[in-house]
Design a protein around this ligand. Structure first.
Ligand code: SF4
Ligand code: SF4
Length: 440
């Protein structure tokens, strides 16, 4: 029997609430009549907009060109006409230029599956990932080509596929693993060809026994050299630092990357996007989104075109069943609350949650009682209450010196805080202010 692993320090056990949507197969969301496509939907520099108002675009056409190495291409998710180009704020708080495309014209016919990658060079495969605008779909949206572009002298020890999906309510990765097992495995083979790691692990938490079983069986049947690694259910195990600590027992250094400890991690959604890019010549123009929460009538997993409005997804799920307390883009622990139903789905949107007033936990903030629960819950060994107080007093540099930038904004501290102190918002504000002062 396999050992079931986890990370050793901190973490929490929120109710996983997966039962609302995990039995629903992925279905297509409606094609948006107007797609709102941001140039900034990845970590790094925004893409440069290549189109003007009035231009005709095709489905999958490059409309935003990456502006350097730390950036990513953006493609049109629908065929149509560019109606407007605006600047908007996304639910993440980030300001972005967006291209508004009105649906018009023909969709491209899906190409037949190609196996040409088996004779392609690693460089050609990496170029494909760049061209198709692939970024991490687990939420961080880190451009994938940067992770995979290893220096010739680097011998990668571990490639880890992240199938943890530890955020409550989200089941998009779970459904993808069940419904696209073969495609994900072929995606891993492609990545194996690019980086040639010594070991490949697929990390899945025990609350997805069907996904663990289907990967074990299919890998065995195909004779692939990949190892399925069951993990205990604990949040935030899906964070790459915690996942690596759990699986390989090594710690990513402060300010460092998984590569510093010999590993690269990619989410299962990213691996599937790589399969589609390489085998189907398909740019990243759609993704799976979980629409859930107790205030949504029909929780679902939807295949969604980038640029679809989140309000349209809630409508597709038959609207709300009770008064919503909060709408969150992403998961309840790390996502962003929004009141803007016109906000578009981006490459990083894993979920749209409509929480009831009770779930939204709108209790008012009380004084810190120095209980220390936030310190015990932090998986990174930070002192959230001290960091919050420093930020609250405008002492941003002091907060930085206390490792503010190590905070992954996982929300464990806020989850356990009996005084409902908005600790994560404090961390975000502190980081924003440090960066702002640096720019000045
Ligand atoms: S949000 Fe930051 S400070 Fe709070 S528990 Fe997570 S990593 Fe620690
Ligand atoms: S959990 Fe909340 S009340 Fe307790 S020490 Fe941390 S901030 Fe203060």
């Amino acid at each position: 029997m396999k050992k079931i692993m986890t990370f050793p320090m901190g973490g929490v056990h929120p109710p996983d609430s997966k039962e609302y949507s995990n039995s629903f197969s992925i279905r297509n969301a409606p094609i948006p009549s107007l797609a709102v496509i941001p140039m900034q939907q990845h970590m790094g520099a925004p893409a440069e907009c290549l189109v003007n108002v009035g231009d005709k675009v095709e489905e999958g056409m490059l409309i935003g060109k990456s502006t350097g190495y730390f950036s990513a291409n953006v493609h049109s998710s629908i065929p149509g006409t560019v109606k407007d180009i605006q600047e908007i704020y996304l639910p993440t708080g980030m300001k972005s230029k967006v291209v508004l495309i009105e649906l018009e014209g023909e969709f491209r016919k899906p190409g037949s599956k190609s196996d040409d990658w088996r004779s392609a060079s690693p460089k050609d495969l990496l170029d494909k990932i760049v061209n198709m605008g692939i970024v991490g779909l687990g939420g961080a949206t880190f451009p994938t080509h940067i992770k995979y572009n290893l220096k010739p002298e680097v011998k990668l020890e571990y490639f880890v596929v992240n199938g943890v999906e530890c955020e409550p309510f989200l089941t998009c990765d779970h459904r993808l693993m069940l419904e696209k097992t073969n495609e994900i495995l072929e995606g891993i083979e492609i990545i194996n060809k690019i980086m040639n790691p010594q070991d490949i692990y697929i990390g899945i938490e025990k609350n997805k026994p069907d996904a663990l079983a289907v990967f074990e069986q299919t890998i065995g049947a195909k004779g692939l050299p990949f190892k399925v690694m069951p993990l205990k259910v604990k949040y935030p195990q899906g964070d790459e630092k915690q996942l690596l600590k759990a699986l390989i027992g090594r710690e990513v250094p402060s300010g460092g990357l998984p590569l510093d400890i010999g590993a690269v991690v990619s989410n299962v959604g990213t691996v599937f996007a790589i399969y589609e890019a390489v085998c189907l010549n398909k740019p990243l123009i759609e993704r799976i989104v979980t629409v859930s929460g107790t205030a949504v009538k029909t929780p679902s997993n939807l295949k969604v075109r980038i640029g679809t409005k989140i309000g349209d997804l809630i409508d597709e799920c038959n609207g709300v069943s009770k008064k919503p307390g909060k709408i969150i883009v992403g998961g309840p622990m790390m996502g962003f609350a929004t009141a803007d139903l016109n906000a578009p789905v981006t490459k990083g949107t894993s979920g749209v949650l409509v929480l009831s007033v009770r779930e939204a936990n709108l209790a008012g903030e009380l004084t810190c009682i120095q209980c220390g629960k936030c310190v015990a819950a932090c998986p990174l060994g930070l002192n959230p209450t001290t960091l919050y107080k420093l930020v609250d007093h405008g002492l941003y540099e002091e907060a930085k010196a206390e490792s503010l930038f190590d905070c992954k904004e996982c929300g464990c501290c806020a989850f356990v805080c009996p005084s409902h102190i908005p600790l994560v918002q404090g961390m975000r504000l502190g980081k924003f202010m440090v960066k702002k002062q640096k720019v000045k």
